[in-house]
Design a protein around this ligand. Structure first.
Ligand SMILES: Cc1ncc(COP(=O)(O)O)c(C=O)c1O
Length: 462
């Protein structure tokens, strides 16, 4: 929710006289729609100039979201920005391409039977996670009701390092979140301590492929093995949803032998962000269920399609269709080998950066980008009392780089880390410049004889 208007903002937006066309107002209300229309060129200039002050997307090493595509993709985008994904009847080809794409993704994740698997596109992983979670909840409720058991107190088990969407899911849909704390010894949800967290009210366990804080994979097969043991002991048959927002479009190409997907029988559903390592511009996610029976019928609605009916399961109604076409473009353009090369190139750059940062006395790596091309580090304990990673983040921002620093989740909240997300488009040369800037900053900070005043702490969210 937006804060109240900043009182330092003047009430009006003033317009450079050079930009205002004859007869147009030179000043416009900031928080009210103006009375009169203006020419599109003038409106463009105002919006363009204000947006220019945003950070440079290519230097934003905080985000996982795609910031570069081929020119042909941009052309396709411009041709398709008016398509509404929900209008399956009006845009049947876009609807057909959507289905083709989720089937391709299901195949990539080893869905056992292409005939009975089911999936859809979403606006991003957040919506996809909500759908995965809702299916777990509804399935648990239906099975409990069939046994005449109460359904009032569902819970979901996950690591304390989950992305905020899972907190939202639990809050919005009245599910108790049960967080398994991560520690120095157990840096991800690895099955350790699971027994104390699950019970007959557990709707599922979330495994993250590419933990947002660090980029590390949670060992899905190991979590599954722990649940097998729990089932032997208690009879509870608990399914896994894999939140592969970033990793589900990396592991199939960089770690094809790693069994984290539908090869693990307990995995009921998987989500990913098409707009992260799916390499599409923002506004696209995917969710796939192993088989139709895992997505309760009661959650599915129908929309009209070719004069017939098409099942849909979504939180949004209207949503842009262009990104789905862009995903299909990328699947055609890159093929499996192209995806492998792009992800490998990002990982090479990330490992290069991690090695360079790990070599500095000031830092200790938390992980080294060997899962997805993301890694985090902390200040070496005792290195300096005069500066923190927040100061480094602040100084790098002066050079245009966005490299966030933030506390780890509960139980490790005393630890501050800094993280780099390498995406397609960060070249080795750019990485070299970033490393130079980090080294120069550390040299500068290490000459300080007194502590810096507190640096602004970015309100960075996971
Ligand atoms: C593990 C994980 N889950 C979910 C999300 C939310 O994804 P989206 O931004 O596509 O909604 C993210 C975003 O970073 C994430 O890292």
């Amino acid at each position: 929710m937006a804060n109240r208007p900043d009182p330092r903002d003047p009430a009006d937006v003033t317009l450079n006289p050079l930009f205002a066309r004859p007869g147009e107002a030179r000043s416009l209300p900031r928080f009210r729609i103006g009375e009169q229309p203006m020419l599109p060129e003038t409106a463009y200039q105002i919006v363009h100039d204000e947006a220019m002050l945003d950070g440079n997307a290519r230097l934003n090493l905080a985000t996982f979201v795609g910031t570069w595509m081929d020119d042909e993709a941009r052309r396709l985008y411009a041709e398709a920005f008016d398509k509404n994904m929900i209008d399956k009847d009006e845009y049947p080809q876009t609807a057909a391409i959507e289905e083709r794409c989720w089937r391709m993704v299901a195949d990539l994740w080893h869905a056992p039977d292409p005939e009975t698997t089911i999936g859809c596109s979403t606006i991003g992983s957040s919506e996809a996670c909500m759908l995965g979670g809702l299916a777990l909840k509804r399935r648990w409720q239906e099975s409990r009701r069939a046994q005449g058991k109460p359904v009032e107190r569902p819970n979901l088990v996950m690591s304390s390092a989950v992305q905020v969407v899972w907190e939202k899911f639990c809050d919005y849909w009245d599910v108790e979140p049960r967080y398994v704390p991560i520690t120095e010894e157990h840096r991800t949800l690895d099955g350790h301590g699971l027994r104390e967290h699950v019970d007959e009210n557990t709707i599922g366990v979330v495994s993250i492929l590419g933990v947002t804080y660090t980029g590390m994979y949670e060992p899905v097969a190991q979590v599954s093995a722990a649940l097998d043991e729990i089932q032997k002991e208690t009879g509870l048959d608990i399914r896994i949803h894999v939140d592969g927002a970033s990793g589900a479009m990396v592991a199939p190409f960089l770690q094809p032998e790693l069994a984290w997907d539908f090869r693990v029988p307990r995995v009921a559903s998987i989500n990913t962000s098409g707009h992260k390592y799916g390499l599409v511009y923002p506004g696209l996610g995917w969710v796939v269920w192993r088989e139709r029976s895992l997505l309760p019928e009661s959650l599915v609605f129908t929309v009209s399609y070719f004069g017939g009916a098409m099942p849909t399961f979504a939180l949004n109604f209207s949503r842009p269709g262009a990104q789905v076409l862009l995903q299909y473009f990328q699947f055609l353009r890159l093929g499996r080998e192209g995806y492998r090369e792009v992800q490998q190139a990002s990982q090479d750059v990330a490992k290069f950066l991690a090695a360079g940062i790990g070599r500095l006395d000031a830092f200790e790596l938390w992980n080294d980008a060997s899962d997805i091309s993301v890694f985090a580090w902390r200040q070496t304990p005792g290195h300096s009392r005069n500066w923190t990673l927040y100061d480094l983040s602040d100084r790098l921002r002066q050079k245009g780089w966005l490299v966030p620093a933030y506390p780890m989740p509960d139980d490790l909240a005393d630890m501050t880390v800094q993280r780099i997300v390498v995406r397609n488009g960060l070249s080795r040369d750019m990485a070299r410049s970033l490393l130079d800037d980090i080294e120069e900053s550390v040299r500068y900070f290490d000459k300080l004889t007194e502590p810096l005043p507190d640096a602004p702490r970015s309100s960075y969210h996971h």
